[in-house]
Design a protein around this ligand. Structure first.
Ligand code: NAD
Length: 360
């Protein structure tokens, strides 16, 4: 089977709106992009890491149009942080949200957009891919839930490859595998379609090639550009089709057990793929083909292991005593999945992931 020879049946596909500006040094265009959507007062959000660097540069470029900089973004978008930042936003009468950072910052920008319906311009600094989706994950009382709304889809994405050149190799790798996870699940989604699947294969292939190059030489600008391009494609996949078991497990492990987002995706993905392999053989074959491998689950495990990423939930600080509760939570209100989500099989999957066993 080639890219041009899909097994075509009936399908539905809804394209998402959004403007993308991609290149090196594109941060400098943030003022022009603000003007092009007819806005004059930008509320800028970021995280503490970027406070005195890139986020400050955005404020400099915006000049008077940058009305406030909040560097309060934290992992998993807790609702109480959003409410605090929202109060600041309302106080300065902003007419646009600008977000610079990883998925945590984009999450905060989206949570503000959901509550205000303001447009967003997002400058991603990791490969999480959230900027290309109308999905927001929020955490309230230890529960992470997702909302799908066009209000949270950013109007403009400015991809500045320069912003990713300093992303440490270890974070680059897990962040890139987080993006790959979006595309892999898109291949076997209930509403999979040939447009999204083509993007998924391209996204997986771009990241599969770029990530080992970045680990061995973080300054490889071409690999950085390809990884960011791949991250966009993978995010666009997540934006147009539904999520399945893999994302459900990661939402449970992140939202309820506080495990780090991208690392959790990295550990779980090979096991989720192995779980679904027999139920979605064509999709899993396409994922393997994109990775230039015979078997997707093993190739994804090896991509992580060979490049020094964590491969076990134990390494991420999970306690073995929490595995039963995690399995219970994963089977409660499960997302659609190509294979039935069964408690005993999920408990086994979590045991394999906890111990970092290579899928067979
Ligand atoms: P993150 O934004 O928390 O960033 C991880 C760490 O890397 C942080 O400490 C950050 O300061 C640092 N960092 C970011 N960019 C950097 C850079 N260029 N150089 C150096 N350090 C940098 O983590 P993430 O993995 O990007 O995003 C995770 C969050 O995104 C989660 O809350 C997840 O739910 C959300 N997410 C949402 C979607 C969606 O579609 N809704 C998709 C993917 C991820």
């Amino acid at each position: 089977m080639s890219f041009a020879q899909n097994d075509l049946g009936a399908f539905q596909y809804t394209a998402l709106p959004g403007r993308v500006v991609f290149g090196f040094g594109t941060l400098a265009k943030v003022g022009d992009e603000l003007a092009s959507i007819g806005r004059k007062r930008a509320f800028v959000v970021s995280d503490p890491h970027h406070a005195t660097g890139a986020a400050a540069r955005v404020m400099e470029v915006l000049g008077e149009a940058g009305v406030h900089l909040s560097t309060d973004a934290v992992m998993h978008t807790p609702a109480d942080v959003t409410e605090r930042v929202l109060a600041k936003l309302k106080a300065c009468d902003a007419d646009c949200i600008v977000g610079l950072g990883g998925g945590s910052t984009t999450g905060l920008a989206k949570a503000l957009a959901l509550r205000t319906d303001l447009p967003q311009i997002v400058l991603p600094t990791t490969y999480a891919g959230s900027e290309a989706t109308p999905v927001l994950g929020e955490t309230r009382d230890g529960q992470k839930s997702t909302v799908r709304s066009m209000k949270v889809l950013p109007e403009v994405i400015i991809y500045d490859v320069e912003l990713t050149c300093g992303l440490p190799p270890a974070i680059s790798l897990v962040s890139g595998i987080n993006a790959i996870a979006h595309a892999v699940e898109a291949l076997y989604a209930k509403d999979a379609n040939p447009v999204t699947s083509s993007l998924a294969e391209q996204g997986i292939a771009a990241l599969g090639l770029a990530l080992p190059l970045i680990v061995s030489n973080p300054a490889d600008r071409n690999a950085r550009a390809n990884a960011l391009f791949g991250a966009w494609l993978c995010g666009a996949c997540l934006g147009t089709v539904g999520m399945s078991l893999h994302h459900k497990l990661c939402h449970v492990l992140g939202g309820t057990f506080g495990l780090p987002h991208a690392e959790t995706h990295t550990v779980i993905l090979p096991h989720a793929v192995a779980y679904n392999a027999a139920a979605a053989p064509v999709a899993i074959y396409r994922a393997a083909r994109a990775l230039g491998a015979d078997a997707a689950a093993q190739a994804l495990f090896d991509l992580a292991a060979a490049n020094g990423a964590p491969t076990s939930l134990r390494e991420l600080g999970m306690s073995s005593g929490d595995l039963d509760a995690a399995a219970d939570a994963a089977v409660q209100s499960p997302y659609w999945n190509p294979r039935a989500v069964e408690r005993h099989a999920i408990r086994k999957l979590l045991d394999d992931a906890f111990n970092g066993r290579r899928p067979v």
